[in-house]
Ligand binder design. Structure first.
Ligand SMILES: Cc1ncc(COP(=O)(O)O)c(C=O)c1O
Length: 389
């Protein structure tokens, strides 16, 4: 059981706002804020390179913590500045030829879909959406039936940007592994929200961010690369950190996942992400998942009881993200009205997940995303404010 009172006391922002935008960027806990600000202060006093040298062990330990968070080896982690950088570093390392196929899911995130379209334009690879089960999540049996020897990549999200859906990532992994197809999982919205074990899921590549359910600072993310994949993957962008200039006409890539990193980064943010990951691991990802899925269900049920509100989440498993519309009010108006009462939510537009939102004919949606430090009273307040609109 999570001690919610203690969690809130350790969250400076909880005193100022009712924060239901954890799928955008969550409120950082105090140890994360302290780690980042102290590091920056030290940089301002001692010099950026000097602090990085003095605190090298601490910075290196971030890889260990992230590895614990997702059940990988530290050598399989690359730190990036966002989830998209991580995802793109992996995707752009793959080569496609005309006739090759990429299989994805209806709820795929816009940035990934744009990268698919770009690859399709450049290489002739085709991009196909796997049908969903009637309950709304990707159908692993349908995926299995679509496989042939031209499928090069299965790339899906674990939790989409636009709803509470949790895709059956491990079932998809079993299909991918049975056919020996590379499996790239966008875990941007699931890391920090639920337990993640890359071996149980069976993904080869996984991308994640610091700022959402992990509660780290903005401007950091990471990529997991299964060790066995390193044989096949050469990053599209390599610098003197990812590779070594060995002789005048020769370079050698790093043997580990850090070949996907660039040399320059903000160590303060890297450290902050590490502290956030440790904080989540210490609370327990199982306990976090229990609470966010309960609060998510409570919010959905409260909203459904209000006339004129429609909840749009699908999926047989649903988590922390709740999306809804209010009759006669645009999502932007609802967000503004909530903002006036110090309640933070966000708006998701059809352009953020077009395969899904066009298929379901959805307009802009209000997205309220809970975290374990939210309270039942906050959920009641949100529902009451929306009911009065
Ligand atoms: C499902 C999903 N994937 C990827 C991203 C991109 O993450 P980032 O903005 O850190 O690149 C988001 C951001 O909202 C997302 O919701």
């Amino acid at each position: 059981m999570i001690d919610v009172v203690a969690a809130r006391a350790d969250t400076p922002g909880a005193a100022f706002v009712t924060h239901f935008n954890n799928a955008g960027a969550s409120l950082m806990p105090r140890p994360v804020v302290d780690a980042v600000t102290e590091y920056l202060t030290e940089e301002s006093r001692c010099g950026g390179y000097e602090v990085a040298e003095a605190r090298a062990d601490e910075l290196r330990s971030v890889y260990d913590t992230l590895a614990v968070l997702i059940g990988s080896d530290r050598s399989e982690i690359a730190i990036t500045d966002s989830a998209t950088r991580a995802w793109d570093a992996a995707f752009s390392a793959m080569t496609f030829h005309p006739g090759d196929r990429i299989l994805t899911t209806a709820s795929e995130y816009a940035s990934n879909a744009i990268a698919f379209l770009q690859a399709s334009k450049r290489t002739g690879v085709s991009v196909e959406v796997v049908p969903n089960r009637p309950t709304g999540e990707i159908d692993p049996d349908a995926l299995d039936r679509m496989i042939d020897d031209r499928v090069r990549l299965i790339a899906i999200n674990h939790v989409p940007t636009n709803g509470g859906l949790v895709n059956p990532a491990a079932e998809v992994g079993r299909v991918a592994n049975a056919h020996g197809i590379t499996y790239l999982l966008d875990a941007c919205q699931s890391v920090g929200q639920m337990p993640i074990d890359v071996d149980a899921i069976g993904c080869d590549l996984l991308s994640a961010t610091s700022r959402k359910f992990l509660r780290g600072p903005r401007g950091a993310g990471f990529l997991y690369v299964r060790n066995a994949m390193l044989e096949y993957l050469e990053p599209a962008v390599l610098d003197l950190h990812g590779a070594r200039w060995e002789s005048l006409d020769c370079f050698a890539m790093r043997p580990d996942a850090r070949r996907f990193e660039l040399w320059e980064r903000s160590p303060a943010l890297v450290l902050g992400m590490g502290v956030a990951a440790r904080y989540a691991v210490d609370i327990g990802l199982g306990a976090i998942w229990d609470r966010v899925s309960e609060l998510g269900a409570m919010l959905r049920s409260g909203l459904r009881d209000v006339s004129g509100i429609r909840v749009h989440d699908v999926g047989s498993v649903q988590g922390a993200i709740v999306t809804f519309t209010v009759e006669g009010r645009s999502a932007v108006e609802v967000k503004a009205a909530l903002h006036d009462t110090a309640i933070n939510v966000s708006v998701v537009t059809p352009t953020s997940a077009r395969f899904d939102m066009e298929e379901r004919g959805l307009p802009d949606l209000v997205r309220a995303s809970v975290h374990y430090f939210n309270t039942e009273q906050e959920i009641e307040r949100l529902t009451a404010v929306v009911a009065r609109l």
